[in-house]
Design a protein around this ligand. Structure first.
Ligand code: NDP
Length: 675
């Protein structure tokens, strides 16, 4: 098979040498060759910064989100081709779906997050305006803007599709171009993925570059505006983290590395309970999906000492039903490891683990396989061990294959301590219906984990399981797991951006953020509800005529709505209320009157009121008080796929003394054009 090409500086690059062979994990045949010889890495980074970055920064978050969605839809049409290549890495169809469809799912999830949780703008406003002075003329706002460099993404061999897409999505949404470097062993699959991306022309030129083979002197050229995200072994992570250019320039470096993930069975989960069965099933699934080559797979299975034999017997019975072999053959449940080298590595780790205990199921040296040669292909039996939990090996040696170790415990305190001996993990499971046990273990284990799954009969049916990182949630873990936080929804996007505290006057901050800040000039004229999205400007506002609130209004509202809370209806009881000292108007009456005051009732561009946010009632309103509303257009967000958009209004309801009685953001949908 051919030499894999790289895509750098706007061109496909083929090395002028033979390259190193990569082997089919199932047959041992050569699958491709790889070499990055001749690539000018400094130029590639410069190209990303000069061409990809500006192209992305011209787009709003919503436009970037739409491109991610279009890309995911396009790639989905080619999944059969990717499944076929994935089988050569040893993956069954189920494994491939995990990797390939999981990757597309991540693109879709980020697209949706970008559209819903980020503005249709190029600047992200982070948090609330901070008032820094008494008079309100000096305020501050945190904003996030994309770094001006390249996101260098170094991936592991086990997820050739999900790995790069999981890193590309947040970088792209942030406005930072990517340079993808896959692990060599399975790079032929990532290479095809990238060809599909580039050939589609969906993403702007320069936003995706791809290096097949070693990265040469790439890291020598990183600047403070570049980022490096790494997934792989802890030893490589350590080496890269200490690279002189990374250290010198304080480059943002995140790593996701080896992790001794645990699953903890609660003492309540005796044989015959749903939780016992869930625990065993999940353990076997985690051992066999992707032949255990998952950074989140369960390596340490903690069980109450008195249940160890039961769990060992139940898990062994399930494992015995796992057919190993050619991943494309019918009935095969577990394929091969990614390479023969990987199998040797796992066998080496198994030796260390066996020193600390004994094998419960499987033979590390021999396995029966279907439709394949067990030696030429990188096949390995699932191996379940049991060991003394006081030994160090089970907490330190990660056998990156279908391997897990049963470890007995005798108390909650002990299992929390043992879980922490992993030195920081990506994922942990607690399988128990005992909520007290769950709380103690979760709070004890959380500082050492990126993600914890509590599995029980209630959530089992819909649970996504121990091993599935979700794009909405933080993926990463402390300590040994690398200290990174990849994904995590908008958090993952913001990782690629610089957060800056901007201090100034309300008018200056309004200009910078594109959001009206209280204290900035307002424009009164035509009622803003008469303006289409195209005509409306930030700061357009209406100040209503006053309306008096009477006791009859309060009585009527109480009667009409059924809200007869004593503070609105019982003068003596209300007088005794330390906050009110008498009858007060309902908060919802104030809101209703406010709507009646600011409304412009005739048909027009305002289509709907879809909610309000940040509501606070600030001053009690008594009979006789007069209310006025100032409504100001605060943020305008046209939807790119609709002929309307969202307008966020600042609503300030004041009394005749000028005090705010209620403040909130009103949310409306407004047509882009007058009809
Ligand atoms: P490595 O750390 O060797 O490689 C990971 C990535 O880093 C690959 O893309 C590799 O490229 C690249 N790389 C290696 N050395 C350098 C370098 N000096 N400069 C720049 N890039 C470099 O891990 P493996 O993929 O080989 O896996 C080994 C072990 O890592 C596994 O056995 C397992 O224990 C652990 N692992 C952990 C994962 C996790 O997510 N937590 C996932 C996968 C593995 P190349 O392939 O071209 O060398």
């Amino acid at each position: 098979m051919a030499l894999l090409r790289s895509y750098v500086s706007g061109e496909w690059h083929t090395a002028a040498e033979e390259g190193v062979p990569l082997h089919d994990a199932v047959t041992g045949e050569e699958a491709a060759r790889i070499s990055s010889a001749g690539i000018d890495f400094a130029a590639a980074l410069e190209y990303g910064r000069r061409v990809g970055g500006p192209a992305l920064r011209e787009l709003t978050f919503h436009q970037r989100a739409a491109l991610l969605k279009a890309l995911a839809s396009h790639l989905r049409e080619h999944r059969e081709e990717l499944y076929a290549l994935s089988a050569r890495t040893g993956a069954t169809l189920g494994d491939s779906k995990f990797d390939i469809d999981g990757g597309f799912g991540t693109l879709f999830a980020y697209s949706s997050k970008g559209k819903r949780e980020m503005p249709n703008d190029t600047v992200y406003v982070d948090g609330n305006v901070e008032q820094l002075s008494r008079g309100g003329t000096f305020v501050a706002q945190h904003i996030c803007t994309p770094l001006r460099g390249v996101a260098i993404q170094i991936n592991a061999f086990n997820f050739p599709v999900w790995g790069p897409l999981e890193k590309l999505a947040p970088a792209f949404l942030a406005g930072v171009p990517s340079l993808i470097k896959p692990a060599s062993q399975t790079a032929y699959l990532t290479s095809r993925l990238v060809e599909l991306i580039i050939e589609s022309g969906i993403l702007p030129e320069g936003t995706v570059q791809f290096v097949a083979g070693s990265v040469g002197d790439l890291l020598d050229h990183v600047t403070a505006q570049d980022l490096v995200s790494f997934t792989g072994s802890a030893s490589t992570a350590r080496k890269l983290r200490a690279h002189p250019a990374i250290v010198r320039n304080a480059v943002r470096f995140t790593a996701e590395a080896d992790s001794l993930n645990c699953s903890i069975l609660g003492p309540d989960a005796k044989p015959g309970t749903t939780e016992f069965d869930l625990y065993v099933k999940q353990l076997v699934t985690e051992m066999t999906v992707k032949a255990g080559q998952k950074c989140t797979a369960i390596r340490r299975a903690f069980v109450p000492a008195e249940l160890l034999d039961d769990v060992a017997a139940a898990a062994s019975a399930r494992l015995a039903k796992t057919t190993v072999g050619n991943p494309t053959s019918d009935g095969v449940r577990m394929g091969a490891l990614a390479s023969l080298e990987q199998r040797e590595e796992v066998r080496r780790s198994l030796k260390a683990l066996r020193d600390a205990g004994s094998v419960v199921f499987g033979d590390p040296e021999r396995v029966e396989v279907v439709d394949a040669d067990a030696e030429r292909g990188a096949f390995l039996s699932p191996v379940l061990l049991k060991a003394d939990p006081d030994r160090s090996e089970p907490h330190e040696v990660e056998a990156f294959g279908p391997v897990s170790t049963l470890l007995p415990y005798t108390s909650v305190e002990q299992v929390v301590e043992l879980a922490a001996r992993g030195g920081g993990s990506l994922a942990g499971s607690i399988v128990s219906a005992d909520k007290e046990f769950v709380r103690e273990v979760v709070l004890g284990a959380a500082p050492y984990h990126g993600r914890l799954l509590v599995l029980d009969a209630d959530d089992a049916k819909e649970s996504t399981g121990h091993g599935s990182p979700m794009p909405q949630l933080v993926h990463g873990g402390p300590g040994r797991a690398g200290g990174g936080e990849e994904m995590g929804g908008v958090r993952g996007v913001l990782h690629h951006m610089q957060r800056t505290a901007v201090q100034g006057s309300p008018a200056a901050l309004t200009a910078v953020t594109g959001r009206w800040v209280a204290g900035a000039p307002r424009e009164e004229g035509l009622h803003p509800f008469r303006k289409s999205l195209a005509e409306l400007k930030i700061g357009d506002s209406v100040v209503t005529a006053p309306r008096q609130v009477t006791l009859a209004d309060i009585d009527h509202f109480a009667e009409f709505t059924g809200d007869t809370f004593y503070a609105h209806t019982n003068p003596e009881a209300a007088a005794a209320n330390p906050l009110f000292g008498g009858i007060v108007a309902h908060g919802y009456l104030i809101l209703s009157f406010a709507a009646g005051l600011f409304v412009s009732p005739e048909p027009g561009p305002v289509l709907a009121n879809y909610g309000l946010e940040n509501l606070r009632f600030l001053t009690p309103v008594k009979a006789g008080d007069e209310l006025t509303v100032t409504l100001t257009a605060k943020q305008i967000t046209p939807r790119i796929d609709q002929d309307y958009g969202e307008v966020r209004w600042d609503a300030d309801v004041t009394n005749s003394a000028g005090e705010s009685v209620a403040k909130y953001d009103l949310l409306t949908l407004v047509s882009k054009e007058q009809s």
